[in-house]
Design a protein around this ligand. Structure first.
Ligand code: 5AD
Ligand code: SF4
Length: 502
């Protein structure tokens, strides 16, 4: 084929797919005799059609659809990625399946923020090997943050050769293409990119809930906190264009979504690297105007970038939930400097004051690390001091985990495990006592609850969430799911409530 033919083919593909929304793609009409398109996402639509053919054959041979089990192991960003994988699998023709044991395709969307996340994956792979021995046709795939670590991929190649597919965070959009390769090839398919500037829009995705959805607004992180592996595995910051985000949310709303969670490692630096820079506050104001959307959440905010403009937009809005997740990590200015957080204890406390002055009813939550290298008794007491002063509605507490390749991994003075354990227990107790007190203060109030599901333990109850993200159980049935209702909080059980409809 000369390059004129090649150009003609690409023109053909561009004409074929142009202006077609992802939900309207005619997969049966894709001509698989032609070489694939070069442009994304068209190329992936082509490979989804290839995989659909494979699935049709499977169905003919087995008299049933193949079953896929997608296991998400990480944060909200990973959960959103898992929805994208599920969406692609659905288009291809897989049936969703909850258990790995008898699935035809299993994918682990991994996390690597702490070492124990990695250990969990190795443990589960051991079990999977047993299942695969019983069902040799089972395809096993691994993706997500952990796969961006060279030593992990080397270990899997060596010790877990029964894995069929490995890909990373930057090329998740290529999933269909890689799966088509797995169908063709008997050896392990491995495709890991070091970084990317690409954001591929318009791929299928399947929301877990019809009425709420995560929305990626940016990918990657440029902060390089010294303990954190995320910038190495998620790459540099890339923001999606505001018009892409807005039109995605409008599509969701037209499809029944009333709550969105805007996702990014550091949403407060959204838009800085766009050709036409936009601030996060500006983006939020635009999203706030989308008719039919009732609740807006976002995470995560880095304290160093949280602007007055953002506080103002939040305070004025009726839709933006009164909740801020504002990771502290440590209350010691000395340690914050070594952690490369670029704020001090004083700055953080001033910020909290400013936020609470503008929105006295706001719920504040946080992340705290205990046992960072060189942490002293005094440093730890500074953290306890901030916890007592801020009075968090809830806090995620983590024991420091050494991540290879991060600056902190080579710092001396790792804190002895028994000391860390003692501090961790003290911190957890304090955090829980404060959280229970804060939660109890809302008892008796009537508040808006978005009902999410029928209660798993008691079918006469439904379960939903307040604007501050707390869980509420109340008598009700399925008809309430997806609705925002007024609920009187009658009893507080520490970190959740029982209520009744008003
Ligand atoms: N050890 C322990 N906790 C960590 N986090 C990030 N890296 C580490 C690490 N190496 C925590 C931080 C972050 C949250 C998502 O995970 O608190 O905010
Ligand atoms: Fe990690 Fe810091 Fe980036 Fe958060 S801001 S992802 S803690 S480097």
């Amino acid at each position: 084929m000369d390059c004129r033919d090649q150009n003609q083919i690409q023109d053909y593909w561009n004409d074929f797919f142009r202006d077609t929304d992802v939900q309207d793609i005619d997969y049966e009409g894709i001509d698989l005799m032609l070489p694939p398109p070069e442009e994304e996402p068209y190329r992936q639509y082509y490979f989804m059609a290839v995989c659909r053919k494979w699935v049709k054959n499977f169905e003919q041979e087995n008299g049933r659809s193949p079953k896929a089990c997608v296991v998400n192991m990480g944060c909200q960003m990973n959960a959103r990625d898992a929805e994208k994988l599920t969406g692609i699998l659905h288009v291809i023709g897989y049936e969703e399946h909850a258990s790995e044991e008898d699935a035809d395709f299993v994918i682990y969307n991994t996390c690597t923020v702490r070492e124990n996340a990695n250990n969990k994956v190795y443990g589960r792979l051991g079990y999977l090997h047993g299942y695969k021995k019983k069902n040799p046709h089972m395809i096993i795939a691994l993706c997500g943050c952990m796969m961006q670590e060279e030593k992990v991929v080397a270990k899997i190649k060596k010790s877990y050769p029964f894995v069929d597919l490995i890909f990373g965070t930057h090329n998740i959009f290529k999933f269909a293409e890689l799966l088509a390769q797995v169908y063709e090839q008997s050896s392990m398919v491995v495709d890991i990119w070091e970084d990317t500037t690409q954001i591929v829009e318009q791929l299928p995705n399947e929301r877990k809930y019809p009425f709420k959805s995560g929305v990626n607004i940016m990918f990657g992180c440029n902060n390089f906190c010294s303990y954190c592996i995320v910038p190495y595995v998620r790459g540099r910051e890339r923001s999606r264009k505001p018009e892409e985000i807005i039109s995605e949310i409008k599509r969701f709303v037209a499809d029944g979504v009333i709550e969105v969670m805007l996702l990014g490692q550091n949403v407060n630096s959204y838009g800085k690297n766009l050709d036409e820079p936009v601030t996060f506050a500006q983006l939020l104001s635009e999203i706030d105007q989308i008719e039919g959307l009732e609740r807006i959440r976002f995470m995560t905010s880095h304290p160093k970038d949280l602007s007055d403009e953002l506080i103002e937009v939040m305070a004025k809005s009726k839709k933006i939930c009164r909740h801020l997740h504002l990771p502290l990590q440590s209350g010691s200015s000395r340690l914050l400097k070594i952690m490369n957080r670029r704020y001090t204890k004083e700055h953080y406390l001033e910020l909290v004051d400013k936020i609470r002055t503008a929105m006295p009813d706001i719920a504040l939550t946080t992340d705290i690390i205990v046992g960072f290298p060189g942490e002293t008794e005094e440093d730890f007491e500074e953290t306890m001091d901030v916890v007592r002063r801020v009075q968090y509605d809830s806090a995620f507490t983590f024991i420091y985990s050494k991540r290879t390749g991060t600056p902190a991994a080579s710092m001396e003075d790792q804190v002895p495990a028994d000391v860390v354990k003692r501090w961790f227990d003290r911190l957890l107790k304090e955090v829980q006592t404060i959280a229970a007190k804060k939660a109890d203060a809302l008892t008796g109030q009537t508040m808006d609850v978005l009902v999410e599901s029928v209660n798993h333990q008691d079918a006469s109850l439904v379960t939903g969430r307040l604007g501050n993200n707390s869980v509420v159980h109340l008598p009700g049935d399925e008809s309430l799911i997806g609705k925002i209702v007024k609920v009187k909080l009658e009893e507080c059980k520490g970190f959740y409530y029982y209520g009744r409809l008003i």
